[in-house]
Design a protein around this ligand. Structure first.
Ligand code: PLP
Length: 415
């Protein structure tokens, strides 16, 4: 069978496919692996109990089952969910938005598929394809294989700030960053997957103004940040600009299984997203919107984020950092400042093998880590740094985190 160019592009082996295969294997087939890879949120009993309570409430209503499984949503998504979401965001964050600024999708990964593909590529009359610009690598590998053609990304290397002997932080290199007429959009995740970096509002304002000058959208991936679950440990809320596109996910609250994503942005882009989503999916699933509407309208979402999820992840982060410092003492390692999301990003500047090989070796030892090299895309190959980093999740139990990090340190000492 011969595939189209689009078919070939999307079926070639991609980082996100092998990541999800590993994740599925570790979570469903071989649960004794020490799972420090993947982006699954943690299992938090208080959260599950809350979801169970809301599900029961939905089902108990006279037309509950019908609303959950018996109706297609409108193209834009559930009106009641969008209404609840808009008032939640206006109240919690003060964003001046209306329902016309919101579209919902089956997960934020699909939201990105739509956005990246309606923006990047050849426009009518163009001989050269327009590109999505990432102001700072490393970035979420899930974007890297989503476009219909190859080489539609243009990425910039970060400035590396050394904080002390074992800590560092990536910063946008504004001296290098410049857009041109070949660029279609600027895109960042905040907090950043994989590094746990949180771009400051000052940096976001500068990026917004660079995008405006070029007349292109600025897409901010808020999967781990505002408006929920708010895993930004200094609690600085994100700056809102009505020209920007904010992509939000319900997954990192603890519900990746409901596949619910949201895009907030200018009305004329939202309308286009809705059209594509309808062509692709006909309608969104009902479970996520029903649950979210119930969580918001009963006033439980704020408390869940602030009193359950955020303290949980903060404490796991502190624990994971203490394990790294304990077991890696004496080794040449640098930890990115863990400011948000639920990952630790480690750089081994003297690593004698590649991060890909380290990943393979750790897998044989029963520890699943994330090879950092997948998170560098849209740059010229040959930057050694891209083969010297790994990402660890701290969503597992303290026992798994401790043992996993101990085994990584053991392997590094052998090297
Ligand atoms: N954006 C980032 C930064 C992510 O880490 C993920 C998932 O890990 C997604 C988007 C996609 O999430 P979902 O499709 O579950 O909403």
């Amino acid at each position: 069978m011969k595939l189209s160019q689009f078919g070939q592009k999307l079926t070639s082996q991609s980082g996100i496919v092998s990541l999800m295969e590993d994740l599925g294997h570790a979570l469903n087939v071989n649960p004794e692996l020490l799972f420090l890879g993947g982006g699954n949120p943690a299992r938090i009993p208080e959260f599950e109990a809350e979801v169970a309570k809301h599900l029961a409430g939905i089902i108990d209503k006279p037309d509950g089952i019908n609303k959950l499984v018996g109706v297609y949503q409108s193209p834009k998504g559930s009106e009641v969910f969008i209404e609840a979401l808009v008032s939640y965001i206006r109240k919690q964050l003060g964003w001046n938005i209306s329902a016309a600024n919101v579209a919902t999708t089956n997960g934020s990964q699909s939201a990105f598929f739509i956005l990246l593909n309606i923006l990047a590529g050849r426009q009518e009359g163009d001989s050269v394809a327009k590109k999505i610009v990432f102001p700072m690598m490393p970035e979420y590998l899930g974007y890297s294989d989503q476009t219909s053609e190859h080489e539609l990304f243009r990425s910039f290397l970060p400035h590396i700030e050394h904080i002390d002997a074992t800590r560092f932080k990536y910063k946008v290199d504004f001296n290098a960053l410049a857009l041109n007429e070949q660029d279609a959009a600027l895109c960042v995740s905040r907090p950043t997957n994989p590094t746990g970096n949180v771009l400051t509002n000052e940096e976001l304002l500068r990026l917004s103004s660079i995008a405006k000058q070029q007349g292109v959208p600025f897409i901010i991936d808020c999967a781990y940040g505002d408006p929920f679950p708010g895993m930004v440990y200094n609690r600085e809320h994100i700056h809102f600009d009505s020209d920007n596109l904010y992509v939000i996910s319900c997954s990192k609250l603890g519900m990746p299984g409901v596949r619910a994503g949201i895009i907030i942005g200018p009305e004329q882009i939202i309308e286009k997203v809705v059209n594509v989503n309808t062509v692709m999916s006909l309608a969104n699933g009902n479970l996520g919107p029903c649950l979210m509407t119930s969580l918001i309208n009963n006033g439980d979402l704020v408390g869940l984020c602030q009193n359950t999820l955020q303290p949980f992840y903060r404490s796991r982060r502190d624990f994971a950092v203490s394990c790294v410092d304990k077991y890696f003492a004496g080794l040449p390692y640098l930890l990115h400042q863990p400011e948000g999301a639920f990952f630790l990003w480690l750089w081994f500047p003297k690593l004698s093998i590649s991060s890909t090989e380290l990943y393979e070796r750790m897998k044989k030892k029963g520890v699943l880590i994330m090879d950092g090299s997948h998170f560098f895309f849209g740059i010229d190959e040959g930057w050694n740094h891209a083969q010297q980093c790994i990402r660890l999740t701290y969503c597992q139990s303290e026992q798994v985190i401790d043992e996993g990090i101990r085994l990584i340190a053991e392997e590094l000492k052998n090297l």
